[in-house]
Design a protein. Structure first.
Length: 269
């Protein structure tokens, strides 16, 4: 117990703990919408498209997360536009932006002069390296998400479960879809440091799957998903630190373990 308490005396662990809190809230709320709308793989396309921005940032010489934000938001809006306006099949739109982002990222990194950048923390995450500026942006994102879902909860609920009814009721479906897909893109990018590009999709879906074992109510799903995301993230953080293994992979493994144990509990009890 003393060693656990002692951990919080280190600045890097305090920042990692705050990152776990912020990531749990943003991924818990946004992930619940993604799962309800069944657009999980849109998030995958956005995530992998952001790799192009990271590669461009290394090539030009600016903050990789800024590049990732630009590419992720562009991909999110592009997928939405291609699907709804250009009448391109959704899975095709996702595949196009997914592949384009990864291809551009690899090309830009290859063209970067000098040593090849270390991409491990972006691909697989390292919550222990989160910076103060990244925490600030994660905090701002959480405020935006909470305000947006609080103010437009009923509209979001209608669109998530019956978009046609929402259109018939005169709700601004397209505007809300564009705003939410932008929030999805920002959530993906600003949580890359926690579990990485490869694994962020899991943080957006596994806590929701666990929460679904206990509730079907959307409001409760938002709360429970955030709680399970926090439980898995902080548990994985402690385990990775004491076993000296990668934090991103450990967090996702812990989330899956929690889901598996609770699924067994629900089955037998």
């Amino acid at each position: 117990m003393n060693s656990l308490i002692e951990l919080f005396s280190y600045g890097f662990f305090q920042k990692a703990f705050l990152a776990a809190v912020f990531a749990s809230l943003s991924c818990g709320i946004v992930g619940s919408y993604i799962v309800a709308r069944r657009i999980v793989f849109i998030s995958g396309g956005i995530t992998h498209a952001s790799f192009g921005g990271i590669g461009l940032a290394f090539l030009v010489g600016f903050n990789p997360l800024l590049g990732a934000v630009a590419f992720a938001v562009g991909a999110a809006l592009g997928i939405q536009f291609f699907t709804k306006v250009a009448q391109v099949r959704e899975d095709s739109s996702i595949a196009i932006f997914w592949s384009l982002g990864m291809a551009l990222g690899i090309i830009f990194i290859f063209l970067t002069p000098g040593y090849t950048p270390n991409l491990m923390s972006y691909l697989f995450g390292n919550i222990l390296t989160v910076t103060v500026s990244e925490l600030l942006w994660m905090f701002i994102l959480n405020i935006l998400i909470i305000l947006f879902f609080s103010l437009y909860y009923r509209k979001i609920l209608y669109i998530a479960f019956d978009e046609e009814f929402a259109r018939a009721a005169g709700l601004p479906v397209n505007l809300i879809n564009y705003l939410i897909i932008t929030l999805v893109a920002l959530t993906v990018v600003l949580n890359i440091r926690v579990v990485g590009i490869i694994l962020i999709l899991s943080l957006l879906t596994i806590p929701q799957a666990t929460a679904n074992l206990f509730t079907k109510d959307f409001r409760n799903l938002l709360i429970l998903s955030s709680a399970f995301a926090f439980l898995g993230t902080i548990s994985g953080l402690f385990i990775s630190y004491f076993l000296d293994i990668p934090s991103g992979a450990t967090i996702i493994f812990t989330l899956i373990l929690i889901f598996g144990l609770l699924r067994l509990y629900k089955h037998f009890f």
